[in-house]
Design a protein around this ligand. Sequence first.
Ligand code: C5P
Length: 306
Amino acid sequence: MSVLVRVPAKVNLVLGVGPRRDDGFHELATVYQAVDLYDEIRATARDDDRVTVRTQVEADGTGERTDVPDDERNLAVRAALALRAYADQPLGVDLAVRKSIPVAGGMAGGSADAAGALVACNALWGLGLTREQLEPLAADLGSDVPFLLHGGHVIGAGRGEQLTPVLAPTASYHWVIVTADDGLSTPDVYAEFDRVNVGRAVPDPRVPDELIAALRAGDPFDLALCLSNDLQEPALRLRPELRRTLEAGERAGALVGVISGSGPTVLLLCANAERATEVASVLAATDDYADVLQARGPVPGARVVG
Ligand code: C5P
């Protein structure tokens, strides 16, 4: 008996970062968009109470990924253990994760696997929890995990886990996504943010009204003027070469480039699907980048697909 779940990556259309809180997290004001770059999580029943995980990365062919942990540091494993503790039953599962979302890329790849494992195990074990019931477990696993259960366009507050859906018409936005070989650690980028802002009063972050208006209008040109990321400068201080990627993307015809979350993935917003294909082919032809992908958003969050 097994269940297959598909879970999208996230981009932050705006990522406003406030002061560091006493718990070590930063207050955020963000607008998430789920995009159609998916990890797949297959959960297969076991007749004992062990929880195991295998991870395969699409771009690496059939090889198993050695830098994604297969023990309790793996967020998918932690999600299954958290759900089992909540259910208070001796349940076991084999998790097989097929990754297309860049590892340590600032697109919530690890969080996606946690959200996917929650949804998959909930179905496999017949627990019948609603998304509202899964959300507190998701928030304990990571700031982006509740959003990945939800999908679409959502405003995130608190450390990112307090969600308010954005009511906007179903326009699609087209992205070119440029990945890097070496990931960036999210805590390192937040620490750099603290260093950049040492001695300054960091204001409370807010979502600009113009961004919500652009989403309501469904206009990529308006949206391009509003994209912003307070982690971009810290990420660029750690990886100055990404500035060239942003410039190359805009030269190739993207409306604007921005670092995704804590980086190092670069997001290029394009006017339409045709332009995204052109930009992707110009960048892919240079061989300068680990991978050049295309994605579209918004899409729904983690869902059972088989
Ligand atoms: O919540 P998550 O486990 O994804 O966060 C990873 C790390 O990113 C945290 O340990 C913290 O260093 C940083 N972070 C933060 N403020 C947030 C979200 C994450 O400082 N709002």
